[in-house]
Structure formats: C-alpha cells, structure tokens
Design a protein around this ligand. Structure first.
Ligand code: CU
Length: 200
C-alpha cells in the first residue's frame, strides 16, 4: 500500500469518526450538509498531517527576563520592563514545511510574521494601531500572522505558528519601540524563520 493510499484511508476513517460527533454541531451552526463540510477538509496540503524529526518544530524565545548583571526578583516586581531583553533567540530558526514554531513570549510583546522576502526596512512604521500606547505596528502588507494584542493578555505566554510554505519569513515584535530604536536608528527586535523542504 502506498503512503498516499494509506494516508487517505486513515483520513477517511478519521473523517467518518469525526462526522458522527460533528454532524449535529455543523448543521446547527451553518445549516450546511456535513458532507460538504468534510469535503472542504480534504485538500491534501502538506500542512495537515503529523510530522516528526528535528525540523518538525523550533522554539524561539521572544523577549527574556534578565537574571543579571543585577538580580531580578519578579516575585516582588513582576514586570520591570527595564529588565527585559528584546531579542528573538535563536535569531534564525529553521523548520521544515508544515512545521511549527513555538514562540515563547516573555514580557509585553506582539509576534508578527511577514511573508518571504520581507525585510525590516519594508515595514511601514507609520501604520499603527489607533490609540495604542506604547504604539503597536499595524502594517498588514505581507503580514501572514499577527499574534494576540499584548494589552489584552498575560505577558508571559506561548503562541504556536505553523508555516506551510518554504521561504525566509521575517518575524518582528509589533511594539514599535522594541522593533525600531529611534535613538540609534537600528532595528532591534526581529528575527527569521527559515522553512525548508522536507527531506523525504
Ligand atoms: Cu517586543
């Protein structure tokens, strides 16, 4: 049995099982026949099957609380922004197509991912979320993912993003003064996700 055939059989079995549970829900919410809802899931992208191996995912530290040079006691002062490092670590993370990046966010940050080929200088820093303090970048051109509004959620969290195409994807912090240091004129809080083809 070919890999594809086996996968399709497994998918069919899974779909049948899911249909039993989802049928009532789908009908009650949309009125659409269950069959069409299931058919919509049948596109065989490389992003809808489980993958393994060292490039299946990567962890990127997105900002970090500093333990030095002076000690920092978050138990007492939970969110001292002067003790937060504004970098992505590793700065370039490599995964394979269909893989995921777990952004571990420490502090007041906003994960924003731009399409292949985008460079920091391409980001329009004049496009901002209205009234946001500190200013949050809102340049939707080429933006393929924008994470949770940091004003509305806990500062320390994880956001997991899947990448379904190969390329070199720019990841920035949408908090303007983190992304761009107006004093030095340098871009600071950004990195890349490199997505490569599968080995097989
Ligand atoms: Cu930030």
């Amino acid at each position: 049995m070919s890999k594809t055939t086996r996968r399709n059989l497994l998918k069919t079995a899974g779909a049948a099982g899911a249909a039993a549970g989802l049928g009532a829900l789908i009908k009650s919410q949309t009125g659409a026949p269950v069959t069409s809802a299931l058919a919509a899931q049948e596109h065989d992208h490389d992003n809808d099957k489980p993958i393994s191996g060292p490039l299946a995912n990567a962890t990127v530290t997105f900002g970090a609380w500093q333990s030095g040079p002076a000690p920092y006691d978050r138990f007492v002062v939970p969110n001292d922004r002067t003790r937060n490092q504004h970098h992505l670590t590793p700065n370039v993370a490599t995964i394979e197509i269909g893989g995921t990046v777990n952004f571990i966010i420490a502090g007041f940050h906003n994960v924003v991912v731009y399409d292949h080929g985008t460079q920091p200088k391409d980001i329009d820093r004049t496009k901002l979320v209205a009234g946001s303090v500190p200013p949050l970048i809102d340049d939707s051109a080429g933006r393929i993912y924008r994470g949770l509004d940091p004003r509305t959620v806990g500062q320390d969290r994880v956001e997991t993003v899947q990448f379904v195409d190969t390329g070199l994807f720019l990841v920035i912090c949408g908090v303007l003064p983190h992304f761009f240091d107006a004093t030095t004129g340098e871009f600071v809080m950004f990195g890349y996700v490199k997505v490569v083809k599968k080995d097989d």
